[in-house]
Design a protein around this ligand. Structure first.
Ligand code: ADP
Ligand code: MG
Length: 379
């Protein structure tokens, strides 16, 4: 048995709040669990944009029968034990609240096996009521099926959007997970149709191609800098490719998509006087550091962090981009036939890619609540 219920004093220190708002929030928590279980293959299947059914299947380490039951208790987790662990989180989850929160508003069927013996455990939890555990045949890993979301809470069900909208959120989320874990194989199937097929690849670049297509890299410049144990990599757009809002800027800290004023500000400063007024670059920034350098326990959906040394993070990003832009000045410019830059040079990118990319950057807006005072899109 690996899962334990956290002591009260620790529960009190964990950022509290609602986890399940819509299908994509469930997919996010389930995929995070699969990643924490060191899965190499993750399959997400949804019906009606997740409103009817969500199934996440992984080949991770799985759970023993007792843990399958324990997983649905509030504040029950195998990922942290004490305050010290909370200060150095290296997993996606740590609150021990996702599964009970999901099971409280839906019907959950979980099947899990810890060995390839072919025998595992099955548990049904319906609207918060935990059923009896039974033995079933199962391959190693965990499969979770969520149906009847908000069935018993019509007011919340009413707030769900159309199937295409909910599906778009899920697709974009999967793109994002795929980008953070190139070595993991991701598959998304919607109503029986494959939407994303991304077999594990050794390099981040290869994953970017799988997700956005080959042309995306044409308008982006790779960035890689470090300062001691602070490591930063990603892509920033060429100075001749810019946009009317900041919606195409994404930041990942230790594999987590976050919203952060310090990093946004560094981007703004680095491109100042390089881009025309009120134009913004696209960026895809991955910042990695030892877990003790960043507090991830400040937001219930884990979408904001607090850096121990914000100015060091700022300077690494700012200087990295400045040096990069200075070194690669002469471009084959992306000019319109008039010889002047296109109003939005992104429009030169083929439609399919543009949609995918725009969708990707929009997920930030839908998933991440506004930070008070943070620069919003278009400002
Ligand atoms: P948290 O991820 O914050 O620990 P969850 O409610 O998401 O809380 O999950 C509770 C526990 O259930 C996890 O700590 C983990 O031990 C176990 N668990 C959940 N999903 C999986 C999975 N796909 N594979 C293996 N273990 C899992
Ligand atoms: Mg979790």
């Amino acid at each position: 048995m690996r899962i334990q219920t956290l002591p009260e004093n620790l529960v009190a220190r964990i950022a509290a709040g609602e986890v399940v708002e819509r299908p994509v929030s469930i997919v996010k928590e389930l995929v995070e669990n699969s990643l924490d279980a060191r899965s190499r293959r993750i399959v997400v299947e949804v019906e009606s944009g997740g409103k009817k059914a969500i199934r996440v299947t992984d080949d991770g380490h799985g759970m023993e029968a007792a843990d399958v039951q324990a997983a649905f208790q509030r504040h029950a987790t195998s990922k942290i034990r004490d305050l010290e662990d909370l200060m150095e989180i290296s997993t996606m989850g740590f609150r021990g609240e996702a599964l009970p929160s999901i099971a409280a508003v839906s019907r959950v069927r979980m099947r899990s096996a810890t060995s390839p013996s072919g025998i595992g455990s099955l548990l049904l939890v319906e609207h918060g009521v935990i059923g009896k555990i039974s033995e079933v045949s199962a391959s190693q890993g965990t499969g979770v099926e969520v149906t009847g979301l908000f069935e018993k809470i019509p007011v919340r069900k009413k707030f769900l959007r159309s199937v295409p909208t909910e599906l778009a959120h899920i697709t974009n989320l999967l793109h994002r997970f795929a980008l953070v874990r190139p070595e993991t194989s991701f598959r998304l199937v919607s109503d029986g149709k494959p939407i994303l097929e991304a077999p594990g690849v050794p390099r981040f670049r290869d994953r970017v191609r799988q997700v956005f297509g080959d042309r995306f890299l044409d308008v982006m410049i790779p960035l890689k800098v470090e300062d001691g144990e602070l490591r930063l990599h990603g892509f920033v757009s060429r100075p001749d490719s810019h946009h009317s809002s900041r919606t195409r800027q994404s930041f990942f800290v230790n594999h987590r998509l976050i919203r952060d004023r310090t990093l946004s500000h560094a981007i703004q400063e680095a491109y100042e006087r390089i881009l025309p007024a009120r134009r913004f670059p696209a960026v895809l920034i991955f910042l990695d550091m030892p877990p003790a350098e960043v507090d991830v326990n400040i937001h219930p959906a884990k979408t904001e962090v607090r850096f121990r040394d914000p100015s060091r993070c700022h300077d690494l990003l700012f200087n990295g981009i400045r040096d990069l832009l200075a070194a690669i000045k002469p471009f084959a410019p992306l000019l319109g036939s008039s010889g002047r830059p296109e109003p939005d040079s992104f429009t030169k990118v083929p439609d399919r890619l543009r949609e995918a990319t725009e969708g990707f950057f929009q997920i930030r807006e839908s998933l991440l609540p506004e930070t008070a005072g943070a620069p919003g899109p278009g400002r």
